[in-house]
Design a binder for this molecule. Structure first.
Ligand SMILES: C[S@@+](CC[C@H](N)C(=O)[O-])C[C@H]1O[C@@H](n2cnc3c(N)ncnc32)[C@H](O)[C@@H]1O
Length: 332
């Protein structure tokens, strides 16, 4: 089964400078790198140098909103000195353009990038594409085509809370994260994560681990053991809060995702020392979490605001990124 639309494969992409070779930045340790430019152009070279190296590719592309998204200058945190800027006083800058000729152009651009990303994955690797319910069904069919239906692993629903709206509809309070394995045969990298037990389970069973009591071939009942329970294995509906307006991690970059969301993906799908790739890096959430968890990281973005925000964010965490030839000199 394939998706078709008029002019498939011929539409323009969102690339600002499609042919310019991206600028490369790297940490002195060589554990992190960043490419500033169009991701499809960057992937043409990375397909040769990084083939089979990534354990996780996470993509958070623009959501087909039909508008230009602006970054909002950061208000000072309460413990920082100087005046706190509020609302309209904060400077705004265009960060990225999410206007498209039509949905076909959007899917063409995204599909060609997913195709170029697939060869970067190791056999145990996963790709996670973050979309919303307006496009998730199209993107899923596209990914089934590129990876094969048997490589579809999960649809994670990220559920968050937001201010109630008065629209005559069920308010949208979730995004969709589609996970594909690169190979249906190779054992995937996967570490089970646990969530706390539900209040009703705690009330009935306490904090002890449950063990199934099997009679004949059937599970007859459960018994509680002395061993403390780790919780319940994490399912595919994730309750993770949006970033609070005054949270320390907030950068002002539009559409910034919470570190807690990326932390779940990176902990579950990679090991320490593995490479995590984010070709729509934005404010660098994936890179910052990967660095904190001891993973190697590679980010790509064509927005100057994204480049500045990510470099500042990583530098504050002790991972300064230098223009590549300078960092190569520092390492030698
Ligand atoms: C939704 S934002 C990513 C936000 C990010 N996950 C975060 O937490 O900050 C999408 C990003 O993709 C970038 N982008 C869009 N098209 C691109 C392209 N063709 N090449 C490189 N970057 C692109 C935009 O500049 C923007 O920063």
């Amino acid at each position: 089964m394939t998706l078709s639309w008029p002019g498939r494969g011929t539409a323009s992409s969102s690339a600002k400078t499609p042919n310019a070779e991206p600028e490369r930045f790297a940490t002195a340790s060589g554990h992190g790198e960043l490419h500033f430019g169009d991701n499809l152009t960057a992937l043409a070279s990375l397909g040769k140098t990084h083939r089979g190296r990534a354990s996780l590719v996470y993509l958070d592309p623009p959501f087909l909103t039909g508008r230009v998204h602006q970054a909002i200058g950061r208000a000072k945190a309460p413990d920082e000195s100087g005046p706190r800027l509020l609302g309209a006083a904060r400077p705004r800058r265009d960060a990225f353009d999410d206007r498209w000729e039509d949905r076909g152009a959007y899917l063409d651009a995204l599909g060609s990038r997913i195709e170029a990303l697939k060869p970067l994955l190791a056999d145990h690797g996963s790709m996670v594409v973050h979309v919303d319910p307006k496009t998730s069904h199209y993107v899923k069919v596209l990914c089934d085509e590129i990876f094969g239906e048997d490589c579809f692993a999960s649809e994670i629903v990220w559920r968050y809370r937001r201010w109630p709206s008065k629209t005559p509809n069920f308010q949208r309070v979730h995004d969709v994260l589609l996970r594909y394995r690169v190979s249906a045969k190779a054992p995937p990298r996967f570490t089970t994560l646990f969530e706390p037990l539900a209040a009703s389970t705690l009330a009935t069973w306490g904090t002890g681990k449950q063990r199934a009591v099997v009679e004949g071939k059937r599970r007859a009942r459960s018994s509680t053991t002395e061993e403390p329970s780790q919780g319940v294995p994490l399912g595919d509906v994730w309750d993770v809060g949006l970033i609070a307006p005054v949270a320390r991690e907030r950068t002002g970059y539009p559409s910034q995702k919470p570190e807690a969301l990326l932390e779940r993906l990176i902990r579950a799908l990679t090991h320490e020392g593995d490479l995590v790739v984010d070709p729509y890096m934005g404010s660098g959430t994936t890179l910052a979490v990967a660095a904190r968890l001891g993973r190697r990281f590679l980010g790509i973005d064509q927005s100057e605001v994204a480049l500045e925000t990510t470099r500042a964010r990583l530098a504050a965490a002790g991972h300064e990124l230098f223009a590549a030839d300078a960092s190569e000199r520092a390492a030698s």
